[in-house]
Design a protein around this ligand. Structure first.
Ligand code: 13P
Length: 247
């Protein structure tokens, strides 16, 4: 089955109004890429990003969303609010949020459900730490993380994007080999097949030190449908090259 590739930039806690304007202008000018592409920006930049990208085929999203719709949750941003800005995606369960903010599998699942309820595609991140890989626990860890989301979403499980991001590869320059990444992607797709008839149409992204020089080999793998890009998404030339590798 042929799936259209997707490349998503995760800007993390980076950017400024002027830097964003320059980056987005360069990316817009370089299209078309032959793949779908999106940028997930810090919350305050969403309105401006929505205006800049309106009418283009470059999509935008957020890096998180609350599991709640409204209420006494200081500092949180709901999926309903994001939807007002035309967000197409919300990253949920990024390993930085799991590790630094104590997000549990259940909370990640609740966030995914909240996003979908407002028409936003959750990009659900799963991935093992280096210690877990060395202990032979990779398969069990990613299966457990995805299982919580599948269980919470039930018949909607086929509507998410899944991003495999080995924690040891994030921001370290240590990329999983294409074979290592493919093995986990195949496992995740098999798990999805058991849950939804849409599994073969679903988009599975790889993230973790994707760069222009390793992107093509990763994206050539049968179950890798694109990338979730951190550091390289902040450099226009690199992000553009990665999008072209996916196209
Ligand atoms: P890097 O591309 O900087 O390794 O980050 C990957 C990531 O965490 C994307 O969500």
């Amino acid at each position: 089955m042929s799936r259209r590739a997707l490349v998503v930039g995760n800007w993390k806690l980076n950017g400024s109004r002027s830097a964003n304007a320059q980056l987005l202008a360069a990316v817009l000018q370089a299209r078309p890429f032959g793949c779908d592409a999106a940028v997930c920006v810090p919350f305050p930049y969403l309105p401006e990003t929505a205006v800049t990208l309106a009418g283009s085929d470059l999509r935008w999203g957020a890096q998180d969303c609350s599991a709640h719709d409204s209420g006494a949750y200081t500092g949180e941003v709901s999926a309903a609010m994001l939807a007002e800005f035309g967000c197409r995606y919300a990253i949920v369960g990024h390993s930085e949020r799991r590790a630094l903010h104590g997000e549990t599998d259940q909370l990640v699942a609740d966030k995914a459900r909240a996003a979908l309820a407002h028409g936003i595609t959750p990009s659900v991140c799963v991935g093992e730490t280096r210690e877990q890989r060395e202990a032979g626990q990779t398969d069990a860890v990613v299966k457990r993380q995805l299982s919580a989301v599948i269980h919470a979403l039930a018949h909607c499980a086929g509507e998410i994007v899944v991003a495999y991001e080995p924690v040891w590869a994030i921001g370290t320059g240590l990329t999983a080999t294409p074979e290592q990444a493919q093995a986990v992607h195949a496992l995740l797709r098999a798990q999805l097949r058991a849950a939804t008839a849409r599994a073969d149409a679903m988009t599975l992204l790889y993230g973790g030190s994707v760069k222009p020089d390793n992107a093509a080999a990763l994206f050539a793998q049968p179950d890798i449908d694109g990338g979730l890009i951190g550091g390289a998404s902040l450099k226009a030339a690199d992000f553009i090259a990665i999008c072209r590798a996916a196209g």
